[in-house]
Design a protein around this ligand. Structure first.
Ligand code: TXA
Ligand code: MG
Length: 323
């Protein structure tokens, strides 16, 4: 029992300093960000970065986001073009990852997974900021879940993901529930503008106020630029039935707003007030809770506005591989 929680620590200044020492010592540490928890290693430490892939069971062709403290530090890792500068100035620190050409020799090759570009993000979370500043270097960190599974929005989710595995993070810093609860918007910065690779809380409308948006043609989807953008991802064990207008007794219900008709086996409401931001912050926690005791989850329709677009993107991927 104690073995399951020995790695969990409050994100106090002393424990952040301890975590920084572990990172410097080439170990992996899970830490909070405002989107989801990340599983971090120093971006230039190849052995530690390889350990991230091992712990997650992540395919080696899926590149990692490098977390930096500010725009100046981003400039040490990537070549920011006009588009990247404009977006960085408008949004960072934020749930926004920018993909730009990588500078040579600044990160372990494993971080890039064969790409000549790097994904950079300045997180707003004070614990993430403190950790980056304590190590004085970029921290490569994917979401702290096993590959293909639901991202963790709480420290306890991270502990649960790896508790029964031999390979674990050296420490999980507990900074409370993630404020946003969904992964960052991923944007590729090209000379013509920004191409959205993954929807997130920074919306297309917000981005379009700053730079032109370049959209990928439909025929392009044969070779996705991001291996992480697989159709099956964020997978619970339960089956997921989306856009449910009524619910069956054998199903658990993930409600949004006024619950639909029917008597579900259990119900959790993402937002009684029909607020998409509140729904995003509860999404992964509630899916995990329902998935633990039910085989079938019905999900009410979520409006395609604001972060609702990103919620629906994740739900569709979660629904693909359900049992
Ligand atoms: O909010 C987030 O983004 C969280 C927190 C921890 O920062 N991180 C996260 O990382 O979601 P991960 O690894 O789960 O998702 C990163 C996505 C993957 O789909 C990956 O393929 C893509 O970003 N990516 C990373 N580097 C890339 C690159 N150079 N080119 C294209 N896609 C890239
Ligand atoms: Mg992930």
């Amino acid at each position: 029992m104690s073995n399951e929680h020995h790695m969990l620590r409050q994100a106090s200044p002393a424990n952040i300093a301890l975590a920084a020492n572990m990172l410097q010592d080439s170990q992996c540490v899970a830490f909070p960000t405002e989107t989801v928890y990340g599983l971090g290693a120093l971006a230039h430490e190849a052995a530690a970065v390889r350990q991230i892939f091992t712990i997650k069971g992540r395919p080696s062709n899926n590149p990692l986001i490098v977390h930096v403290a500010d725009r100046a530090m981003a400039g040490q890792y990537g070549v920011l073009n006009d588009c990247a500068y404009a977006l960085a100035d408008a949004f960072w620190p934020a749930a926004l990852s920018l993909i730009v050409p990588v500078k040579e020799g600044v990160v372990a090759p494993e971080v890039l997974a064969g790409n000549e570009t790097i994904a950079l993000r300045v997180p707003a979370h004070p614990v993430a900021q403190a950790l980056i500043r304590a190590v004085g270097a970029g921290i490569a960190a994917p979401s702290a879940n096993r590959s293909g599974k639901i991202s963790p929005s709480r420290a306890a989710h991270v502990v649960a993901e790896f508790a029964h595995h031999t390979q674990q993070p050296a420490m999980v810093l507990d900074g409370g529930a993630a404020r946003i609860g969904l992964e960052s918007t991923v944007v590729r910065c090209v000379s013509e503008g920004a191409e959205i690779l993954r929807a997130g809380s920074i919306t297309a409308q917000q981005l379009a106020r700053i730079v032109p948006l370049v959209s990928k043609s439909k025929e392009d989807t044969g070779h996705l630029p991001s291996p992480g953008m697989l159709s099956s991802h964020y997978a619970p064990n339960a089956s997921m039935r989306l856009n449910a207008r009524s619910v069956q007794p054998h199903e658990a219900l993930l409600a949004f707003g006024m619950p639909c008709t029917g008597m579900p086996a259990q119900m959790l409401n993402l937002s009684e007030a029909s607020d998409v931001d509140e729904a995003a912050s509860h999404l992964y926690d509630y899916v995990r809770v329902l998935d633990a005791t039910h085989d079938h989850i019905a999900v009410m329709p979520i409006p395609e506005k604001g972060i609702g677009l990103a919620i629906n993107d994740r739900l569709r991927r979660a629904a693909v591989s359900g049992a």
